[in-house]
Design a protein around this ligand. Structure first.
Ligand code: SAH
Length: 399
């Protein structure tokens, strides 16, 4: 049995919690000093002791715990997690029936009722990501629930415990079942991806960009020259190439991006020699492109929300306008910039302001063609808009 603690909510926060806000903050609690260990069950009550919600204590960049249940007598056990997982699976039913897409998210933290943990599906393998020690304390129950709810080849995990969500290298992320090949091949709308389930923090693809990649392939790539900045394994470049792009140029600072991008091209039958893959700081590449008067039809910008390199730090909330200004200058008139950010620190509205500001400062003109946020499998709560961190805007450069 997990230890349970009663916590009194300050009057001004009661309504928010009652309405379904899932994130528990220290500031909202009168007697937080009662809490110590992560993983304890928290019963939030009002000053008269009336029950509000049941949650758990887990420290993440976002807060100090997550709501789990609105039922006073609910036990937070394997049966509870089974119910959550089954409902999550139901929500992704059509994904399991789509032979063209074999990689997607099956459980999206608070969006599926349990903040702090996500589960991704990769062609029969399941990957659990734990975002706090607190939720990891429920590992036995959650694993049991998962095993009882799905047929699986194997289960893997990533621990991203500390406040910054940093990956803890355990040398072995395998949990149970069969071991996955390195790589396994999955499909996304008919395109192949090589996935490494046990090779560090990232597996090779960011699943939340699925709809954006599809749109680029189906509508924007044919015959175009494509510049993909912060390209990682080149997923956007691969979709552009499959969609008939004339040529793609992928730029990423990390050395690993070169072999990984080559691999993604070759498993899709694309001649790697006809594509350009550059290991370099994107900001240096912009300088080079400007000097050489390089212009592209389609420019994809998908930077990390925060990165520190030897020379500079990049923070999306501070530096996106400048990044856009660089991108605008190497985009042909009539060309498209796909501006993306996964920063939860600002809204779509603010992001739109960044775009307006960048064009204004360059005396340019633009038109927004498409907007995307998280796809259906990255389920978000109506009462927790911050959970919908992804913002992607397709911008046509008119001038
Ligand atoms: N767009 C990618 C995901 C980007 S992840 C995709 O669709 O899969 C962020 C990437 O930015 C990482 O691969 C990291 O190596 C790279 N990166 C961070 N700072 C960079 C910089 N200054 N120049 C080039 N790449 C950078």
């Amino acid at each position: 049995m997990k230890q349970e603690i009663n916590l009194i909510v300050k009057p001004e926060f009661i309504k928010t919690y009652r309405e379904g806000y899932p994130l528990i903050s220290k500031e909202s609690i009168v007697n937080w000093d009662k809490v110590s260990d992560e993983g304890v069950v928290l019963n939030l009550v009002d000053a008269k002791g009336k029950f509000i919600l049941k949650g758990y204590h887990g420290i993440q960049n976002k807060g100090y715990g997550w709501a789990l249940s609105r039922k006073k007598d609910e036990k937070i056990d394997a049966n509870y997690f089974s119910k959550k997982i089954k409902s999550a699976l139901e929500h992704r039913k059509e994904f399991f029936h789509d032979a063209q897409t074999t990689a997607f998210r099956v459980f999206n933290g608070e969006g599926d009722g349990v903040g702090g943990v996500t589960i991704d599906y990769f062609d029969g393998f399941y990957l659990l990501t734990w975002y706090s020690l607190g939720i990891y304390e429920f590992k036995t129950e959650i694993l049991e629930a998962l095993k009882n709810s799905v047929e699986y080849k194997g289960i893997y995990q990533k621990k991203r415990f500390d406040a910054k969500g940093k990956y803890l290298d355990e040398k072995d992320d395998f949990v149970c079942g069969e071991k996955a090949d390195a790589p396994i091949l999955v499909r996304e709308n008919g395109v192949n991806f090589a996935i490494y389930l046990d090779d560090g923090a990232m597996v090779g693809v960011f699943l939340d960009q699925r709809e954006v990649r599809k749109k680029i392939r189906d509508k924007y790539a044919q015959g175009k020259t494509v510049f993909n900045a912060f390209s990682y394994t080149g997923a956007f470049s691969v979709f552009a190439a499959v969609g008939g792009a004339k040529k793609t140029t992928s730029v990423d600072l990390a050395k690993r991006s070169l072999p990984k991008t080559k691999e993604q091209f070759s498993i899709n039958g694309i001649d790697v020699q006809s594509q350009e893959i550059v290991v370099e700081d994107v900001f240096n590449y912009f300088k080079y492109a400007l000097k050489k008067n390089l212009l592209f039809d389609l420019v994809v910008l998908d930077p990390p929300s925060f990165a520190r390199s030897k020379k500079r730090t990049f923070s999306a909330s501070k530096d996106y306008v400048n990044l856009l200004k660089e991108a605008i200058q190497i985009t042909k008139k009539g060309g498209i910039i796909v501006a993306s950010t996964n920063s939860a620190n600002f809204s779509m509205m603010t992001f739109s302001d960044f775009i307006a500001k960048a064009f204004k400062e360059l005396k340019g003109k633009y038109e927004v063609k498409e907007r995307f946020s998280l796809p259906k499998d990255f389920r978000v709560l109506e009462n927790f808009k911050e959970g919908n961190y992804l913002k992607v805007v397709f911008i046509k450069k008119l001038k």
